[in-house]
Design a protein around this ligand. Structure first.
Ligand code: PLP
Length: 376
């Protein structure tokens, strides 16, 4: 049987075995509702408190600043809508044109309700500059939201600098760090952000769970009304098993952050070296400061979607861009935003390595890619 080579870790990652094992007891045995007052609810209550404390430790926050959600999409929706609606005197939001659709479509939703949104354009290297932000900030800006690292091209943004500029104009700052948490060090104090979104399935945790960091004292509306869970900010019975799985995965990834980063970066360097050796011309997008292992490559004259399908037939999973975009054959909004030449944009693929990839995977990918691209 053909071996599957998975190189689409920016779309989702394999669940850590330890995370899976940690989840099982909370599904089968300790299934009590953490909101109940009886003894059977004590263990889930403690698991929840421990999970909050561990996440807080991993991102240098306070436990009460961590709010569990159903993932990155919900965290982004909450940050955008919860802040836009929270101050009648400051109704404007600023974001970038190349955010994930979870963020962009949330912004479009508030625009339909009459709340103004400005979209900053990145540089050709995929960077949102402080200068661009300063040009549009005003005293009516409630929130600035710029992603920590772009999910299609991996470009890491100058978050601390952008955050300082936003704060100097009295605006809040949110970052969608879904691609970064568990892969690079995240310190919310150091960054200075008021809100930060994360999603477990991007760092070897389960799908359908994540968190939103909200700095203590930040004025934001609750996401879901109902029960008193999450300090009355996000109602709904807590998904203890998934939360425990998420925390186990995050802790494991954060403990091994440097080791994983070194391994993934060595795979990235090998791929680029092998491709250069094959003499196929390519452009790497995203500038010099990208997430480890997230590689956006453009081959002029090729068709990214055709490359994806041919690689798939060879048992290799890669992406053309954002996973949420895979049914859409149009040039992605990210490649449009960085104004990539059309011929290059059409021939763009995304390879994203994870800690479970090997050198053998890289050899197979480089060989298959060279073979495929030569056919165009
Ligand atoms: N934000 C970014 C940058 C992402 O890459 C993704 C997923 O691809 C999301 C948000 C959505 O996260 P989730 O799948 O947990 O809803």
């Amino acid at each position: 049987m053909k071996r599957l080579i998975y190189a689409d870790n920016a779309a989702t990652t394999q669940l850590n075995r330890d995370a899976f094992d940690a989840m099982v007891p909370w599904l089968l045995d300790e299934y009590g509702n953490a909101s109940q007052p009886y003894a059977f609810a004590r263990k889930p209550q403690k698991a929840l408190a421990d999970a909050r404390a561990t996440i807080a430790e991993c991102i240098n926050a306070l436990p009460e600043e961590v709010f569990f959600t159903s993932g990155g999409t919900e965290s982004d929706n909450w940050a955008i809508k919860g802040s836009a609606f929270s101050d009648p005197d400051k109704r404007a939001t600023i974001t970038s044109a190349f955010e994930h659709h979870a963020l962009l479509h949330s912004c479009e939703a508030i625009e339909r309700l009459g709340f103004p949104v400005a979209y900053l354009m990145p540089t050709a290297d995929g960077i949102i500059t402080a200068k661009a932000l300063s040009g549009v900030l005003s005293n009516t800006t409630r929130l600035v939201s710029v992603m920590y690292a772009n999910n299609e091209i991996g470009a890491i943004q100058p978050i601390k600098e952008l955050c300082d500029v936003a704060h100097s104009h009295g605006a809040l700052f949110h970052t969608d760090a879904v691609q970064a948490v568990g892969h690079v060090e995240i310190d919310v104090q150091e960054l200075g952000v008021d809100m930060l979104s994360a999603s477990a399935h991007k760092f070897n945790g389960p799908k359908g769970v994540g968190f939103l960091y909200i700095r203590k004292g930040t004025k934001i509306l609750p996401y879901a009304d109902g029960g008193a869970q999450e300090s009355r900010y996000r109602a709904g019975t807590e998904n203890i098993a998934s939360i425990v799985g998420m925390v186990t995965a995050l802790k494991e990834n954060c403990t091994n952050l440097e080791q994983n980063r070194a391994h993934i970066q060595s795979l990235e360097h090998k791929l680029l070296k092998d491709l250069c050796a094959s003499h196929i011309p390519f452009v790497r997008n995203g500038g010099n400061h990208t997430l480890p292992g997230l590689i956006s490559l453009s081959f002029s004259g090729a068709d990214g979607e055709a490359i994806l399908h041919r690689m798939d037939l060879m048992g290799i999973s890669i992406s053309t861009g954002s996973a949420c975009n895979s049914v859409n054959t149009e040039i992605s909004h990210v490649l449009k935003a960085i104004k990539l030449d059309k011929a290059l944009a059409k021939g763009t693929i995304r390879i994203s390595f994870g800690k479970n990839n090997t050198e053998d995977d890289v050899c197979a990918i480089a060989t298959a890619l060279a073979k495929t691209v030569r056919t165009f």
